[in-house]
Write a protein of this length. Structure first.
Length: 79
């Protein structure tokens, strides 16, 4: 759908409690195969809207959704 994208994908899986920041951000194969795939990548996707704040448990795995904005400078996302 044109004009939709750039939101936030929050997965329902958390890392093991003994992981530090580096483990959380570098063990991507383990995260995908052992934590996300078994739950069919269960997530909540929050659509991008101007002036929207999203408050969530940042220990949950999360990522920016794919960018799919209309063409033109005025339609881009600003962080």
């Amino acid at each position: 759908e044109e004009g939709y994208g750039g939101g936030l994908v929050v997965f329902t899986a958390k890392p093991p409690s003994d992981w530090d920041f580096e483990s959380y951000n570098t063990n991507t194969d383990f995260v995908v195969e052992e934590l996300l795939r078994p739950n069919d990548f269960a997530n909540v996707t929050v659509r991008h809207r101007p002036n929207r704040a999203v408050i969530f448990d940042s220990a949950l795995f999360h990522q920016t959704d794919k960018y799919r904005f209309k063409q033109g400078y005025e339609n881009g996302r600003i962080n």
